[in-house]
Design a protein around this ligand. Structure first.
Ligand code: HEM
Length: 556
């Protein structure tokens, strides 16, 4: 197609083709024509330019309107707390109060702790998880009411996702399924059952010390967290699945990969914050299929190896196989009218619990022990008291770490408690309201479906409960000092019916490992250890950025 400019040059050419005498006039005529054409062409160009400009403005206006609508949409709830006279941090469009954690700049526990600190005079703080209003509870009596006394209003954790695959696990499940699971799995974690597993942990501890001896003969400076993970992965694998320690050494790289997937949050969590319940509604998984495949095949293998029946190992798998023989498990019967909920104990349900015991069982303990060794390296006087206690107990029990021996490591228990005060690994605690609920001593109502948070980290470092809160001082947990405290002033394992089911296991596992380590080694700080710890932002739970300590053989 010819453009106007192109047509114009044809007219010019027509003029130019006329001969001799006409040429001068023709030239003038052509020039005029050209000028007049140029005039036409100008006005034609102006029109199309005008159209283009109008279109550009229209697009701009549309984009601005879309941005405005989007802005209105992602900030639509941001006056929610102001209208109810509840103080809180100024929300950021789209991210609400969680910009730093959503952009993976800070760990979520640290973000909640900072918000806790910003409002020292408020009992509750109004926040937004992305675009959705939620409440942070600062007051201990309110926390107690929500987590313990009025638990029935808050029995969901609000993290449920698809009920397929690993979804029906104890940590993520909503109340109806959770009640049945908790009812049947609690007896697996009693002291008597755990006592039977101490021998597995002790074996793991011995292997670990041998491994450390080999390592330290080459180099004393060691990276802390992966080292301890080796022990916790080995013990949980032995206690949960009956895997033996040599098999695990070969599988460390696979388990490391699983670790990255399980504990690195994907942005699907933020989507669920913006549209609460969307994951469950659309049956979406939060873990990739390779994780469920791994646990499915592990459970199938162990069940087959044991012919579907408990053995003499007395590990978690044996206890679950005992339950499996009943085929169905029941929830608690809470009143004569209430129908007792039952759940078929399928291999999927077993795999989901195996997964949560595994995931809960190694990483939380590994992080706790890493922080503990870090603090002991920085506080040599505390370390001396720990070593002295370990030596005394070991001597009393002829070098055998029995359940009774572990129970006598009282000072070590204080060190463990003080470590989790400073570094609560699973933080914040969270619950979802089952019904509208008026917050104790306030005129604030939490609406059905809204989330409520408690920042253990904020409370644990609050000077009104712990004077000089950043100082590491295990004497805060002497029996006299601990008994004076409010039940919600210390919550590293949560509190109430939905607290950590694995608390006793974690305590035994950590004590065994540390008693073994300090029987043979001391720890001392590297330059990094003398600095304050930095937390990994891209992790669900609280973990330190890589840290090295020196592990020095003791001269016995
Ligand atoms: C030092 C180690 C550990 C810490 C700090 C820890 C902390 C926690 C916390 C804070 C909760 C949430 C409690 C609440 O919402 O009130 C929790 C729940 C849970 N933990 Fe642990 N945990 C540890 C070790 C373990 C171990 C060893 C296991 C399993 C063998 C485990 C399995 C679970 C499970 C299944 C839940 C969900 C309980 C429920 O909803 O009924 N944890 N843990």
């Amino acid at each position: 197609m010819l453009t106007p400019a192109r047509r114009l040059s044809r007219a010019e050419r027509g003029g130019a083709e006329r001969g001799g005498a006409e040429r001068g006039a023709a030239t003038v005529a052509t020039t005029r024509a050209t000028d007049s054409h140029r005039g036409v062409s100008f006005s034609f160009d102006n029109k199309s330019q005008l159209r283009a400009t109008v279109m550009a403005y229209a697009y701009l206006a549309l984009a601005a309107a879309a941005c405005y609508l989007l802005y209105r949409y992602v900030t639509r709830n941001f006056s929610y707390w102001e209208q109810r006279n509840v103080n809180g941090p100024r929300p950021v469009p789209l991210f609400g109060s969680l910009q730093a954690s959503a952009l993976r700049k800070r760990n979520i526990a640290v973000v909640f702790r900072d918000i806790y600190n910003q409002f020292p005079n408020d009992k509750v703080v109004g926040m937004y998880r992305m675009t959705t209003p939620c409440l942070l509870v600062r007051d201990l009596d309110i926390a107690k009411a929500i987590l313990i006394k009025d638990f029935d209003y808050f029995s969901d954790r609000g993290v449920s996702f698809s009920e397929r695959g690993l979804g029906n696990n104890l940590f993520h499940a909503d109340t109806d399924i959770w009640r049945v699971l908790r009812n049947r799995f609690t007896p697996i974690f009693t002291s008597t059952k755990l006592k039977n597993m101490v021998y597995l942990m002790e074996q793991g501890g011995d292997r670990f010390v041998e491994y450390l001896q080999g390592l330290c003969a080459e180099r004393q400076e060691q990276e802390l967290h992966p080292l301890i993970q080796r022990y916790t992965v080995a013990t949980i694998s032995a206690c949960a699945f009956g895997l033996d320690f040599d098999t695990i050494a070969d599988k460390m790289h696979v388990l490391q990969k699983l670790d990255d997937i399980i504990f690195s949050p994907s942005f699907i969590d933020e989507v669920d914050m913006m549209f609460p319940g969307v994951l469950k509604k659309f049956n979406m998984d939060i873990f990739p299929k390779e994780i469920s495949d791994f646990f499915d095949s592990l459970v199938t293998k162990v069940v087959t190896q044991r012919n579907g029946k408990p053995t003499s190992r007395r590990d978690f798998m044996d206890l679950i196989l005992e339950l499996r023989q009943q085929r169905e498990i029941q929830g608690p019967k809470r009143s004569s009218e209430e129908q007792q909920r039952t759940l078929e104990l399928t291999d999927d349900i077993i795999a989901a619990q195996a997964f949560v015991f595994y995931a809960g069982g190694y990483e939380t303990s590994a992080s706790t022990m890493s922080f503990m060794l870090y603090e002991l390296a920085r506080n040599p006087d505390v370390q001396e008291r720990v070593i002295q206690e370990v030596d005394e107990v070991m001597m009393k029990y002829d070098g055998k770490l029995t359940f009774e021996a572990l129970n006598e490591l009282k000072y070590m228990e204080q060190v463990f408690d003080e470590t989790l005060r400073l570094y609560p690994i699973v933080d914040p605690l969270q619950r979802r309201a089952q019904q509208d609920y008026q917050i104790l001593g306030t005129d604030v109502t939490v609406k059905k479906g809204q989330m409520v948070f408690v920042s253990a980290g904020g409370i644990h470092r609050d000077a009104q409960y712990y004077p000089d809160p950043d100082r590491f001082d295990p004497d805060r947990f002497s029996p006299e000092n601990a008994s004076k405290r409010h039940p919600c002033a210390y919550m590293p394992f949560g509190v109430g019916p939905r607290n950590c089911i694995g608390m006793r296991f974690a305590k035994i596992q950590s004590r065994t490992c540390l008693a073994k380590i300090f029987s043979s080694f001391r720890v001392s700080g590297t330059r990094e250890v003398m600095q304050d710890v930095r937390f990994v932002p891209r992790r669900f739970i609280l973990g330190s950025a890589p840290l090295k300590i020196n592990i020095i053989p003791r001269k016995l």
